[in-house]
Design a protein around this ligand. Structure first.
Ligand code: KG4
Ligand code: ZN
Length: 375
């Protein structure tokens, strides 16, 4: 711990390599982002239309050293000033996770610094607490212009390429899973929908942009709600409904099924309207479950004070607008991450690790990389 005047300052280095972004960041006192370096691998995976695990882990090995060096240099922090080394060690692609975990262990061991393993999905929920400390322009968060500390209990939603999960939170480090997808994650559904509509890679942001120019009522697509009480999600039916809207119902010829129509035949107008209709259905399903979770918490005497959103899909224009409206209606303070912290990054890892650091929760060199979600 260093001091700034009379104030104690903690500086934590975060490392994130769970999927296809190699990232490192230095965060001060859990909230002020001193650097946020992300080396995207999009260009390497684009031709395959998705992340190729073997290519991802090899690219992490090449990039991790320079990315960490850049994060320290931009932050203006010497290695020996760090209080701890934090790493996203679960869940993710095992070969990718191992690169970050090995780097973090090597640094922690060689410098005698505490090592802290962080759950990637939980870190996404922390991203909305991060402030921009680099002096670059800041977009104030909707509904929270004064950057207040999050009030608890809170309702949290993580929407990413691998997860769609609802949590009840009592603190950044104390959360309970109350709902999750039973099939595709919402980001995965966006990416697949973008493939069906032939929009290119990465699909989510492209579909979002196109949807803003279309008519959301042009096509009727399903909002899967499961049973009346359920807080779980399902997006595979929506994806299939879009596929049939684009290509018609599959026909059979002997043992084979085939489509009569191709996405090549879509007009510009149809493509925009389908994107908008898909986006409306996907986001509606999220909003309906958020409202239901709020009502169930309130009914149990734990009305949430805040609504926290995180993960790649929290960059979505319609979701951002709809959660702000929902927060206004239900009297919740809405915390959305700045755009820089929606997608995978290491600042969210370092920020959440600051709370574990203050609680004295450290890991030793046996810290494993774990591919599956904890809960
Ligand atoms: O959190 P993230 O970077 O990685 C995971 O942990 O999965 O999320 C990536 C996901 C991808 O599926 C991407 O298509 C989606 O977030 N995404 C979006 C938008 N920006 C990113 N989906 C919808 N609208 C967006 N604007
Ligand atoms: Zn993520």
């Amino acid at each position: 711990m260093t001091t700034d005047g009379n104030q104690a300052v903690t500086l934590i280095l975060g490392i994130e390599t769970s999927c296809d972004e190699t990232a490192a960041s230095v965060v001060e006192n859990g909230r002020v982002v001193r650097s946020n370096v992300v080396a995207s691998q999009d260009a390497l995976h684009e031709r395959y239309g998705g992340v190729v695990p073997e290519i991802a882990s090899r690219a992490h090995i090449e990039r991790i050293g320079p990315v960490i060096d850049d994060a320290l240099r931009i932050a203006g922090v010497e290695f020996n000033q760090l209080d701890a080394i934090a790493v996203g060690n679960r869940p993710g692609l095992i070969g990718s996770l191992l690169v970050g975990v090995s780097a973090a262990k090597a640094m922690a061991w060689s410098a005698g610094k505490p090592l802290i393993g962080i759950d990637h999905v939980r870190a996404h929920l922390y991203a909305a607490s991060l402030l921009d400390g680099s002096g670059s322009p800041v977009t104030l968060r909707e509904n929270a212009p004064n950057e207040p500390e999050t009030q608890y209990p809170a309702l949290g939603l993580v929407v990413s390429g691998g997860h769609t999960s609802l949590y009840e939170l009592d603190a950044p480090t104390e959360l309970r899973l109350i709902g999750r997808t039973i099939d595709d994650a919402v980001g995965e559904a966006y990416d697949k929908a973008a493939v069906i509509l032939q929009l290119g890679y990465p699909g989510g942001p492209k579909l979002d942009l196109l949807a803003q120019t279309g008519d959301a009522n042009a096509y009727k697509l399903p909002r899967s709600l499961l049973n009346k009480q359920s807080l779980d999600f399902s997006f595979s039916g929506l994806k299939t409904a879009l596929l049939y809207t684009v290509r018609g119902y599959p026909k059979r010829r002997g043992d084979e099924s085939y489509f009569e129509k191709s996405a090549d035949e879509l007009t510009d107008r149809q493509r925009r309207d389908m994107a908008a209709s898909f986006q409306a259905a996907a986001i509606d399903a999220l909003i309906i479950k958020l409202r239901r979770a709020h009502d169930q918490m309130a009914g149990g005497g734990r009305k949430p004070e805040s609504l926290i959103i995180g993960g790649g899909v929290s960059a979505n224009s319609l979701l951002r607008q709809r959660v702000v409206e929902l927060g206004g209606e239900l009297g919740l303070c809405v915390h959305l991450p700045r755009m820089a912290y929606c997608l995978d990054n290491a600042a969210m890892i370092a920020g959440l690790a600051d709370h574990e650091f203050r609680l004295g929760h450290f890991d030793d060199l046996s810290l494993p990389a774990v591919a599956t979600i904890s809960s």
